[in-house]
Ligand binder design. Structure first.
Ligand code: ZN
Length: 316
């Protein structure tokens, strides 16, 4: 492993409906910390909510754009069809009971590649999994979570990409992004980042007969991979541009810097830097408590705050 590698997942960004319902599920039921409450930088009339472990560790960050009246999306190919969080073996029974108590339809434990997992959906129909794994984790517990520290979700295990075919996506992941094919069974191909660190798995599920997915509420918008710094990101941008990919310029997302490109199956990929992190604009122990705005929107703070619904902790 070297410092320029793509080490694994950084965040997953999805689309939800009602932000209050989303907050109650991710902060309340899943016990994640809201590490950043900000706006969509391209549409400041809506929130961008970031949930993560106690310190906002890359590889644990699930983010949402809430659009209350957006129609639901449709499952299919060319989408991230499942986002999996990590737990340990005793954690599965805890999570099955906790999710069922919250009214979720939980399937499993099931088995895949020697690991057991649960399947369920969030309140907008987004497909989630919790996988029991002995893989390394960089997770930091959150002291104010409703979930005891030893049972808290330990960042991501993986994402699953559903694709009509896998060869070109495989070529991007292995020949171009430096990952390895580590397992294969029943049309599911498992790829892992160099170093096999935390949140370092992507599964490609080949569904040649399925229809194409449609974006909307309850679907993933994009998946972001992590690199150590801006230098690594610049190198990847050059490498992918030389290979013929269309890439965005480097975008300043305040908490990380981003480049975006479409993988061959149509899913939006991002490479995000680990720096500067979520404590860049508020103290680490206060992250998520206040609405944080990028500089270009500070002058309009009053109108922006007035238009956003308050988020209330889930009643217990
Ligand atoms: Zn992103």
């Amino acid at each position: 492993m070297n410092t320029h590698d793509i080490h694994g997942l950084h965040h997953v960004t999805a689309i939800c409906g009602d932000p209050q319902r989303n907050y109650e599920f991710y902060n309340g039921t899943l016990g994640l910390r809201l590490v950043k409450k900000t706006v969509n930088f391209d549409d400041p009339s809506t929130y961008h909510l970031y949930y993560a472990d106690g310190s906002g560790t890359p590889g644990s960050v699930m983010t949402f754009f809430p659009w209350k009246n957006l129609p639901s999306g449709r499952d299919g190919t060319g989408e991230v069809s499942a986002t999996a969080f990590a737990t340990d073996e005793p954690g599965l029974a805890y999570w099955k009971a906790r999710l069922e108590e919250a009214g979720a339809d939980v399937r499993g434990p099931k088995e895949r590649f020697g690991e057991t997992y649960l399947e369920f959906e969030d309140p907008d129909g987004l497909s989630l999994e919790i996988v029991a794994t002995a893989a390394p984790t960089a997770f930091q517990p959150w002291k104010d979570s409703g979930v005891p520290a030893e049972r808290q979700l330990r960042g991501f295990h993986s994402v699953t990409l559903s694709e009509a075919g896998y060869e070109r996506t495989q070529a991007l992941l292995t020949q171009q992004m430096g990952w390895s094919l580590v397992k294969e069974s029943g049309g599911r191909y498992r790829f892992q980042a160099p170093g096999a660190g935390p949140a370092s798995i992507v599964d490609v599920l080949c569904l040649p007969a399925a229809r194409h997915a449609l974006p909307g509420r309850g679907t993933v918008h994009h998946v972001a991979f992590r690199v150590d710094d801006d230098d690594a990101q610049r190198r990847w941008r050059e490498t992918l541009a030389k290979l013929g990919y269309n890439l965005s310029p480097v975008m300043d997302r305040s908490y990380f810097h981003s480049i975006y490109y479409r993988e061959p199956g149509g899913i939006l990929f991002e490479i995000a830097t680990n720096n500067p992190g979520f404590a860049v604009d508020e103290p680490a122990d206060r992250m998520g408590a206040s609405l944080m705005l990028p500089a270009q929107y500070e002058a309009a703070r009053q109108e922006i705050e007035a238009a956003l619904p308050p988020l209330e902790a889930k009643a217990t």
